[in-house]
Design a protein around this ligand. Sequence first.
Ligand SMILES: Cc1ncc(COP(=O)(O)O)c(C=O)c1O
Length: 366
Amino acid sequence: MTLVPPHIARLVPYRPGMPVSEFERQSNIKHAIKLASNESPRGPSPKVIEAIRSEAAQLNRYPDGSTYLLRQDLAKHHEIQPTEIAVGNGSNELIDLLCRTFCAPDEDHVVFGTPSFLCYELSCRSSNLPFTAVPLRDFLSWDVGALMAAVTPQTKLLFVANPNNPTGAYVARADLETMLRETPSHVMIVVDEAYVEFPSAEDYASALTLRDLRERLIVLRTFSKAYGLAGLRVGYAVGPSSIIAFLDRTRAPFNVNTLAQVAARAALTDQEHVQEYVAMNCVERARLRDALTALGARIAPSQANFLLVRLDQRGPEAYQRLLSQGVITRQMPPPIDDWLRVSVGLPEENSRFLRAVEMLQQEGER
Ligand SMILES: Cc1ncc(COP(=O)(O)O)c(C=O)c1O
């Protein structure tokens, strides 16, 4: 008898951006910078650090398995009910839970974009769900009509990342409204708003403001990006209480640890910290875009805290050359493997990245 079913045997592990510690173990280069995982380069709010310190002595106790206080705070923050919120070990866990909870293996179908966040596909594969990955227009901008056209009577979930990772493209409010109104009502639309804090486009709208348009709508949020808590793993889903209640049945008990819960609550109280980062990101994103364009690179228009960049060298080569200068970026899978994704860092990190790119661009044409 085989050890695992064929769909598990076929799985390929998710490859995250390389941590600085791993890079430094493998090379002689010190003081590398990581612009690979769209993390906040500023760190968490001082209020978070204080909250974690004062909670540390209670770690002999299990966490609050219902995340009661965090859901109360989130409910107040969004002016919704606590029963409309499920908290997860990062929004990644919620993506996985949505697939496991609402879809029957081999039966129900899932739709998402490509290139988009790789975990939608990974979760489908590990739950043995058939899926359709709908190409973005020129691989860069959302094609809402094509997403809707991929829906079948079997489609249970439709994931749309807004803004999208790795392209930074967004679905404008009018298109989002059309999608929420006109997609057949049996489909649960999951709008993944991991980067919701970063858009500056005037026609960007959070799906949280459009919940009236559709019953089967889940909005995913995370504390990993603008709130700077990627290391703690906290994300949440907002949806109708009757839908959210099912996630409570399938999640692991104590899926969100104590420090994550207190940190997220403290982070919510420091919106100024978030706004400072968002403002810096907006300025630095524009600076990077302009400087890279001047260096002859191609840039995908981004509303997030990263840019998809195409340099003169082929993608894997450019990645290695930047790595040799201590700059860790993110390689992209085919068909966009000639592009790299670079997170917007602190001003000095971005300057270092630009200097490294300048050297690369000077060195050579393909
Ligand atoms: C679009 C998108 N959704 C979800 C996530 C997962 O975030 P987390 O699990 O840290 O909340 C990411 C992380 O990069 C992302 O890019």
